[in-house]
Design a protein around this ligand. Structure first.
Ligand code: AMP
Length: 174
């Protein structure tokens, strides 16, 4: 069995969660499986080990789980992108549109250096709004988005297009 097929067995579709009409991709069975977690992180490590990545930027909250493991594996720093009111010092923020309403993400103003090469990490790329807002926070710091790395890409929502020219890598595609 290939990697993608094996990992898909550990991602559970939960219908109508957190709201009706959404099929939630639950990664807790994958996180719960030591061999699978090791394979995912080693797979991403192999992709970025020789590309001069200087920071991992992880998106709250499931992005933190994969992002921190990847930063550790690469021996580089981890930057947190969080929902409002969580980061204790001065932040920069981006507000973006959701289907209903808006959402805001924040990053500490001093988290990244100008020209730093960054990989953004999240669990799921859906419509791309979250990843785009994060890319804008990185770019507002003067840093460079080398790639968005996600465990899963919901291709039918076309989040990749929303990110424009920024490269996207997904381990699993639906
Ligand atoms: P989006 O901004 O639409 O690309 O949504 C991405 C964010 O929402 C990610 O941080 C995901 O954790 C979460 N997300 C979106 N759709 C799903 C889904 N079907 N299952 C699990 N998480 C999702």
């Amino acid at each position: 069995m290939d990697l993608q097929a094996a990992l898909k067995k550990l991602i559970v579709d939960v219908p109508d969660f957190p709201t009706e009409g959404v099929t939630f991709k639950d990664i807790t069975p994958l996180l719960d499986n030591g061999e699978a977690l090791l394979i995912v992180i080693d797979h991403l490590k192999a992709r970025y080990a020789t590309r001069g990545v200087q920071k991992i930027v992880a998106i709250e909250s499931r992005g933190f789980l994969l992002g921190s493991a990847l930063a550790y594996a690469l021996g580089i720093g981890l930057v947190l992108v969080r929902k409002p009111g969580k980061l204790p010092r001065e932040t920069r923020e981006v507000t973006y549109a959701l289907e209903y309403g808006t959402d805001t993400l924040q990053m500490h103003v001093d988290a990244l250096e100008t020209q730093e090469k960054v990989v953004i990490v999240d669990d799921v790329l859906a419509t791309g709004g979250t990843a785009l807002a994060t890319a804008q926070l990185v770019e507002a710091s003067g840093a460079h988005v080398m790639e968005l790395a996600c465990l899963m890409e919901l291709g039918f929502l076309n989040g990749r297009a929303r990110l424009g020219a920024r490269p996207v890598y997904s381990v699993i595609q639906y």
